[in-house]
Ligand binder design. Structure first.
Ligand code: NOJ
Length: 542
């Protein structure tokens, strides 16, 4: 395992959605033993750290993002002992493990909420957000205090609690009541949850909707926005409040006390400035925060260059960037960028970009195979958001949660039972077993990139300078400045076009890795013809 406080700057992270990765007991849902059995594959692939989406006790109304016990594993996924064994095996194989902390809300079945909703006088009542029912409309429905919306139910985010004659807030589903982070007991409790898992050996956390912990103290209504995806509101009062940065700094302290841990925050929204602010002015905030801009860029060299530049510029000094192209909430990038005859070629270009830009890459399980996601029918849907927005397929999140494709045996080797979600149609040809055998596969290209990244520290830690402003060709140099970044240089040249393009090579250079040229081949300085979707990584020289 890569030692040292800054291991996470060199690391490549790999997200596992546990329901969909590997099932060990035939119930059709992935589990911890399943993940454990596949650790050797992940070590062989060459990633450094795993982020596992929630596997805590949960009624699964949002498939684990509704937690009913933060210190225990849901029996569907296994036990605490399975988790201990998973972490120990991962560490033996040189892999770190991050869990997913859902601290903005709990499940409505969490004993805290059950107690809180029982009476206004219960000491736990103040752990959640409430508003007294002071008015009812002509149909007898309580009038909410503002226009905040439940994202997954597409209605008011305020839900009635008859026992206390109050409304509680649930900005996802009604089954995910929001905690009141202004109450110091809540912050203390989550600090303790972190300590619990750190003591078990966990290396860090991804923090679910980390910028949503605080809401406007006066519960003001959000102003109007033209963006349908934001439910026609600018979310300035129901999330993204500045008070959150103090809470994040508090969690950072707990991580620092445990040593060599990392906290990565999910920002709610697509604002690089907000993500940047989560790091804190003096590095007192999160180690990293997700900037989701890349998930919404069109397929264009210029678009990604502009986005990366803006992200680098937005980050406070000393903060470390990260990049991600797919996760469990968005259509996979192979699908977003699909183009007949070029889908895999684009997947290779995207991989080369993700794994060589300056910033820690976050991969999503199966992207190393070029997985595109499934096409579930109405009756196969499981995601509450997908069900609420059917037939607008763009919103539902089941397609990107299709089971991992291991081999050509029934159900792609994912389960001996009936998979909880349908598989992708092309799994018989697109799976780990088939791609490990095929020299030219997307998987083997990821492996080659990951191996190169490990052998060339400048690819992780070096400076980055963009070369040229071509709309179709994204080129940059990664340069070590001595120290941990080494003294090497790598020139990365990526042709996003499905046509030949020209690139002016600044000096003679030999190929380190490419899609169309053999490693070691020499290239002369001057005009170079790039093939459609060509990836070219060159040994940099003056
Ligand atoms: C963001 C998570 O990524 C998503 O999957 C979840 O539904 C919401 N937060 C609520 O926890």
């Amino acid at each position: 395992m890569d030692p040292g406080r800054d291991w996470w700057k060199r690391a490549v992270f790999y997200q596992i959605y546990p329901r969909s990765f590997m099932d060990s007991d035939g119930d059709g849902v992935g589990d911890l033993r399943g993940i454990r059995s596949r650790l050797p594959y992940l070590a062989r692939l060459g990633v450094d750290a795993l982020w596992i989406s929630p596997f805590f006790k949960s009624p699964m109304k949002d498939f684990g993002y509704d937690v009913a016990d933060y210190r225990d594993v849901d029996p569907l996924f296994g036990s605490l002992d399975d988790c201990r064994a998973l972490v120990a095996d991962a560490h033996r194989l040189g892999l770190r493990v991050l869990l997913d902390l859902v601290a903005n809300h709990t499940s409505d079945e969490h004993p805290w909420f059950v107690e809180a909703r029982s009476s206004r006088d219960h000491p736990r009542h103040g752990w959640y957000l409430w508003h007294p029912i002071d008015r009812r409309d002509a149909f007898g429905r309580p009038v909410p205090p503002n226009n905040w919306k439940s994202l997954f139910e597409l209605r008011s985010a305020w839900f009635e609690n008859a026992a206390t004659d109050e409304l509680y807030l649930g900005t996802f589903t009604r089954h995910q009541p929001e905690l009141d982070w202004r109450n110091p007991a809540v912050a203390e409790e989550f600090a303790d949850v972190l300590r619990f898992w750190f003591a078990l050996g966990v290396d860090g956390f991804r923090l679910d909707v980390a910028t949503a912990y605080f809401k406007d103290a006066e519960l003001r209504s959000n102003p109007f926005s033209w963006k349908p995806l934001d439910l026609f509101q600018r979310h300035v009062y129901d999330r993204n409040r500045p008070e959150v940065f103090g809470a994040l700094a508090g969690l950072r302290k707990v991580a620092d006390e445990a040593g060599e841990r990392v906290l990565v925050g999910e920002t709610h929204g697509r604002d690089p400035a907000l993500a940047a602010a989560c790091h804190g002015e003096r590095g007192e905030g999160l180690h990293m925060a997700f900037n989701f801009e890349f998930l919404f860029r069109p397929w264009s060299a210029r678009a990604f260059r502009d986005s990366a530049r803006a992200w680098y510029a937005a980050l406070p000094e000393g903060a470390w960037p990260n990049f991600t192209l797919s996760n469990h909430d968005q259509l996979r990038h192979a699908r977003r960028y699909r183009k007949a005859g070029f889908t895999d070629a684009r997947a290779r270009v995207a991989a080369a970009m993700l794994l060589t830009l300056r910033g820690s890459p976050f991969l999503y399980y199966g992207e190393e195979l070029g997985m595109e996601g499934s096409f579930p029918r109405r009756r196969e849907l499981r995601d509450p958001l997908g069900i609420a927005t059917w037939p607008l397929r763009a919103y539902g999140r089941d397609p990107e949660r299709a089971p991992m494709q291991w081999d050509s045996s029934p159900n792609a080797g994912f389960t001996e039972g009936r998979p909880w979600l349908p598989l992708e149609p092309g799994w018989r040809g697109r799976n780990v077993e088939a791609q490990e055998r095929d020299r030219g596969s997307v998987l083997n290209f990821y492996k080659a990139l990951l191996a190169l990244r490990r052998s060339r520290p400048e690819l992780a830690l070096g400076d980055l300078a963009f070369v040229g402003e071509d709309p179709d060709v994204l080129a940059y140099e990664r340069r070590g400045d001595g120290g941990a970044a080494g003294e090497g240089r790598v020139l990365v040249v990526l042709n996003f076009a499905s046509k030949d393009r020209r690139f002016e090579l600044p000096s003679d250079a030999s190929v380190l890795l490419g899609t169309h040229r053999e490693a070691g081949a020499r290239n002369r300085a001057g005009r170079t013809e790039l093939r459609p979707c060509e990836v070219l990584l060159l040994e940099g020289r003056d």
